[in-house]
Design a binder for this molecule. Structure first.
Ligand SMILES: [Fe+2]
Length: 239
């Protein structure tokens, strides 16, 4: 099911949202602690989790034909697919994984932390368990595969101080390095190394583009708690 073309959103609605429900949009003390600490770390920080790519390939073999289209828009060609690792209760790895599609299929507003149930694919990909099992809980977590020409247009992910998750991304596969996959964050192209993982400040404007097939990204939404920020800091490559 393709969704209607994406609208360019104005940031002005935050004011209206806050006016309507200040309780929800005023950050807690813990939220401010977390954001200040994350900001100190940087916006594209390598972590010490490395992915065993041979094992990943082997464990993905039963799923190699299961990839589902990722957020296709009417009239737009965008070659990207995905599989769910942490979804809504009862979700299969092949249920639609983008937030707009999940909202469309459930008919209700969802937050990243509403996705809290590991799928069978999570259980089967044991090579990812050191990274996935490390945190105190996970929100919506998925594999996204960008093929040649696949892209994400400029956007921010939850830029408000009250966001309830931060993001860690691991890049998997031979087509996932700085030459084959462009990740522009805050107007700068970033030095992605295949098999490595990063804390990425996705509150900043970013856009991506794949020049080759089979560029796989593991995207984790990690609940933004002081405990998880301390955990993140304990896995920085440069501490
Ligand atoms: Fe994003």
């Amino acid at each position: 099911m393709a969704l209607p073309p994406r609208k360019i959103k104005s940031g002005g609605n935050y004011y209206n949202k806050w006016k309507r429900d200040p309780e929800k949009w005023n950050p807690t003390e813990e939220s401010v602690w977390c954001e200040l600490q994350l900001q100190i770390l940087g916006d594209f920080e390598p972590l010490t989790f490395d992915i065993d790519q041979d094992k990943f390939k082997e464990e993905m073999e039963p799923y190699k034909d299961s990839w589902v289209p990722y957020l296709q828009r009417e009239g737009v060609q965008n070659n990207r697919e995905g599989l769910l690792l942490v979804g809504l209760e009862g979700d299969a790895p092949t249920d639609s994984l983008s937030m707009p599609e999940a909202i469309a299929r459930t008919g209700k507003f969802l937050e990243e932390t509403d996705f809290n149930t590991p799928t069978q694919l999570y259980k089967d990909l044991t090579c990812l368990h050191p990274l996935l099992d490390y945190w105190e809980g996970l929100g919506r977590t998925m594999l996204v595969k960008a093929n040649q020409g696949g892209f994400f247009p400029p956007h921010r992910d939850n830029p408000h101080l009250t966001r309830n998750c931060f993001r860690v991304v691991a890049f998997i596969g031979s087509s996932t390095n700085v030459d084959s996959y462009e990740w522009i964050l805050d107007d700068r192209r970033r030095n992605i190394v295949a098999g490595k993982s990063y804390y990425i400040d996705t509150r900043k404007t970013h856009r991506t583009h794949s020049w080759e097939d089979d560029s796989i990204h593991l995207i984790l939404n990690i609940p933004k708690t002081w405990a998880n920020v301390q955990k993140l800091m304990s896995k920085l490559r440069y501490s």
